[in-house]
Structures are given as C-alpha cells and as structure tokens.
Design a protein around this ligand. Sequence first.
Ligand code: F6P
Length: 466
Amino acid sequence: MSRLIVVSNRVTPAGGAGEETVGGLAMALAAALRQYSGLWFGWSGKTVPIFTGALDLATISGVTTAVVDLEQIDLDEYYNGYANKTLWPLFHYRTDLAAYDRAYGAGYQRANRRFAETLAPLIRSDDLIWVHDYHLIPLARELRALGVANRIGFFLHVPWPAHQVFTTLPDHRALAAAMFDYDLVGFQTLEYQVAFEEYVLAEANGSQPSPDRLKAFGRTVQVGSFPIGIDAAEFAHLVTSSRARRIRDLMTAATVFRSLIVGVDRLDYSKGLEERFEGFERFLADNPDMRREVLMLQIAPVSRESVEAYQEIRGRLDALSGRINGEYADVDWNPFRYVNKNYRRDELAGVYGAARVGLVTPLRDGMNLVAKEFVAAQNPEDPGVLILSRFAGAARQMGEALLVNPNSPEEIADALKRALAMDRPERLHRWRALFDGVARNDVTAWHDAFVGALEGAGERAAALTG
Ligand code: F6P
C-alpha cells in the first residue's frame, strides 16, 4: 500500500499539544492519517530569522509529522498576506476586503517553493500526496519543477467562487493554471466544482473531455466534489465523556426554564456574526414575551489577529454584544453571553448537547463542521434544532435543518421563533434525517472517497500516457 503524505499549512496531530481545541479540518486530517500510514507535512507555526528548511520530525499517536519554520516575511506576505488578505476574502465573496499586493503574491510563491524544496527529499516514488487548502494551491507546480512525478491531489476546504468573482483577482490565470499540476482537484460541493469548471471553460479556453475531467493550460486534471464530514465515532465518544457531561449539566442548570441558543465560530467576518447578533436582537425586539425564556451563547475564539479586518470585526462585535445586553438585560438576568475563549472539543460537545437551538449562519462557508457536530451531540430522545445558512456547503447535505439567508437578521429572528416553538415530533423527524447523514457521510467516507479517486486518477493517467 502506498504511503499517504498530507500537506497542510497547519499541522496539529491527535494527541499533540493543543489537539483538544483544534477545529474540524485538523481533526479530519488526523483521522485520515491514522488510517493510512504516512506523513503530515506543513508549517510549524513558528518563525526563524533566516529560513533553513530544517525539519522537525515527531511521531504522536501513530502519526508522523514533519514541520518547518518560516521567516517573518513569509508570515507577513504568505499567511497573513496572500492567503488571508487576498484569497480568503475573495473566496468568501468579500472582494471589498481583498488586498492586492504583488509582494503578497511573490511571498505566496516563495513559501510554496520553500515547502516544496523541504518536502521533496522526503517523498518516495510510490507515495500519494494530498495537498490541502488555499494556502498551498501552487505546491504541485513547485514539486513538479523539482521532478516529483507522484500522484498529487488537492482538496479545497473553502468555497471556489463564481467565475465573475474569481476574475477580480489580478493574475487569476496563473492561480487557476496551478490547479492543473494536480492529478485530482476536489471541492466540498458540486456548486464549487461547477464554478471552477465554468471559469476554466469561459476564461481559460478550456474543454471538458468527460464530466470529471477538465483540459486547459496544456494539461488535463480530474475534478470531483467530496463533502467533508466529522469523525462521528470520535464525536459520539466525546459526547459521553465526563467533561462533556459536566459542561452539559452546568449549562442545563444555568438555563432552567430557559432555552439555550448556541453559536460556535472562529471570529471571522465570513461567519455572519454581526448579522446573527442582529438577528437575535430582532428576535428579542419582536418577541417581548419570550425574552426571559432564552439565553444566547456565542463562542468565538479570536483568529488571525494580525489582519486588520479581523481586528475591526472584533471591535464591532464587542459593541454589538454590549448593545444587546444594555438594551435587554435586567438586574437578575441577561440574554446574551459572548465569549472569545477557545474551548476543548469535549467541552463543546457538552455545550451543544445542552442547547435547544444551534445557530450556524456563515455568509459563506466551504462546509461548516460545527453544524455536523451540533447534530451529533444532540440527545436522541429530545434533540435541538439546527438553523443553518443556505450559503454553507453543509446546507447541500443538511436540508432538514431550518435553512436561512444569513444576510437577513429578520429571517434569523423568524427561524429562532420557529425553532423554539417546534414540537418534539418535528424535532425528532428532522434530527433523525440529519444524524443519519452526519453518521453516514463521515470523515472516513470523505478521505476514502478522495484517496480512492486519487489512486484511480493516477491509474487513468498512466493508461492514457502508457
Ligand atoms: O477551513 C479553512 C481554514 O483556513 C483552515 O485551512 C485552517 O486550518 C482553519 O481555517 C483555521 O485557520 P487558521 O489556520 O488561519 O487559524
């Protein structure tokens, strides 16, 4: 069996420091690597004065990791710059926030080249290489330039935007061309796959020789959609852990005679937090009789703090949360808790389990695994209701949630009212369908589908050239 080499910007192995608090992407990659023996390569999260390419190797819980330090200028131009000031806003339809700076583009190429040069000596001839996310789109091109002929797949965790949006990126052709150095490129949903195909056909003079193949820039790549899932078995285990039960009991005690509404998101402008807060505010304004019957808890750990747009949204959310409590709190009660702390995954499982409503309303989101974890944490006898943005990739698989337009505080307020009033038979009916989907389309199904397709993509390519 081939080794699997996973490459992602962040590397957070199971059992490693901070593992209890990591998000869905890292957990999904750790799960893939536990199944296929191999290596997880990426950035150490640290900087050094001069790049050396020295590798830090470790084996934790059966997963071998290899990480490399970058220079501060890489952090500024690659991670904070091109990845998070240019591509992140653009791929989430925030062209108003996207910064275009040639130094960022050059830093992005340089960091990818540095990653490729450090990784290449570790690659054996029959390894499968699986590259993740928008930080690393040019990695295959850099590896190919170093003579790496292995099968290389790329999976994009965030949306691929409509081609009218993608073309606002200066030098969009070079980025799109880099996708063709892979054997397989995977998207979260068919919508994003189609958006990529439309761009290639309309802007790159490409063709589609078969439904899953695209030809452009002198090369052919296989494309597909592979919706990511959670490790449902691991999460079921977390739900019954003593920490989860303790937090659930605490939250349940704090909300006696009240219903808990919960949101958990990285503090990011793509998550629709302002609109969500305003939706809750509107719900309170429109439903005076229900004000004392609810508590909304928003957990939003700060993220990417060096990027101005993140500092700005943090300021606005602080003001908004203060305004809501200022307007509606009483001496013995307040309606809104806003917490910027990062919680352990088992604690979050407990919080989700105590909630009557899960509020997951990103303005754009590749998938959103909080929606899936919320469903997995519910009491099967008396489950809560998921309110989900129609612009999260998860909405394509989770149609039994209450789907809302996250831009509309009014729709959010109406959905809250409906969720809180929903009778048990309807909650059970919706939850069972959602839970079946979450359990069936789990992280194992995701990585098996992608890795299987990558193995097949290599065989087909060999057959075509052989
Ligand atoms: O899911 C998108 C993503 O950018 C991941 O690639 C990343 O691990 C996660 O969000 C958290 O972002 P960051 O690594 O910038 O803290």
